[in-house]
Design a protein around this ligand. Structure first.
Ligand code: SAM
Length: 277
């Protein structure tokens, strides 16, 4: 991919294009096309099946918002699971919480882990931490085999295509509820309201039928489709908008703050409508 513009088509009629200086790695793995590139604007980037996954420059937004909203909402998150997340960014953020005793990552594609360690060291650098267990396998099966095990589960998967298609189904969310402890919380990246309104609507409907507290929150991620990214949180007991002030311990972040924790749940009308149908 050296020296040219790389375009991600986000719909049939719209996309983003970015300047690539150097191809770092390209491989058709058993699951997806894996591309790593050095880009002019965003540093090193990971693409899977032609879709932006993460970039050195803006990765912190997504990884902080997937991790810290549920981990500050839960009063004592000791056992955490990340489904997907092979680039290691969510795990890096999870480990900033001292209460976390164990963080398990289950990604279906070991090549994502291997090449993220090699070309995205600032993102993948904590995957060998003593508190982390990395497993290569299908997150859907891992959830199906788990019961009453986790305090917090984060689904950091690719889009609902290919290996991730099962990770956006009601059956998967029911499995997550079973895999969580009786006061567990889960968060799933839920794509964007501009191009995937129907997906967000469906996920909200499915999760609401399983979790008594279900909400949507957003963040600004410039390299993701539309730049407005949504996250679904399902909680059995703790309300993310009722976190006690003293719970917010100091933490090293570049995007997440305790004020933004609450503000991220304030939705534009066209997005709020998706949560109410
Ligand atoms: N932050 C990115 C986003 O929002 O699209 C996702 C990053 S991470 C690279 C996505 C990971 O999900 C990939 O490494 C992929 O291998 C993994 N994945 C896809 N389907 C999976 C499955 N069924 N079980 C476990 N991991 C899966």
């Amino acid at each position: 991919m050296a020296g040219f513009w790389y375009t991600e088509k986000q719909t049939d009629n719209f996309g983003i294009t970015l300047k690539v200086n150097k191809t770092l790695h390209t491989e058709q793995t058993d699951f997806q096309l894996l591309e790593m590139a050095e880009t002019e604007e965003w540093g090193n980037m990971l693409f899977l099946d032609g879709m932006v996954m993460t970039s050195e420059r803006d990765e912190f937004v997504y990884h902080e918002m997937v991790a810290h909203v549920p981990l500050f909402t839960h009063p004592n998150p000791e056992n955490v699971l990340v489904v997907g997340g092979g680039d290691g960014g969510v795990i890096r953020e999870v480990l900033k919480h001292p209460q976390v005793k164990k963080a398990t990552l289950v990604d279906i594609d070991g090549k994502v882990i291997e090449y993220s360690k090699k070309y995205l060291p600032t993102i993948a650098g904590k995957l060998e931490d003593a508190r982390v267990e990395v497993m290569v396998g299908d997150g859907f099966l891992h959830i199906a085999e788990s019961e009453n095990a986790y305090d917090v589960i984060m689904v950091d998967s690719t889009e609902p295509v290919g290996p991730a298609v099962n990770l956006f189904t009601k059956g998967f969310y029911a499995g997550i509820s079973k895999a969580l402890k009786e006061d567990g919380i889960f968060v799933a990246q839920s794509d964007n309201p501009w191009f995937k309104a129907d997906l967000i609507r469906q996920v909200q409907k499915d999760v609401k039928e399983i979790f008594p507290i279900t909400k949507l929150y957003t963040a600004n991620i410039p390299t993701y489709p539309s730049g407005l990214w949504a996250f679904t949180i399902g909680s059995k007991k703790y309300d993310p908008l009722a976190v006690k002030e003293e719970r917010f311990h100091d933490i090293d972040t570049k995007y997440y703050t305790k004020e933004l924790h609450n503000a991220s749940f304030v939705l534009p009308k066209f997005v709020k409508d998706l949560t109410e149908e």
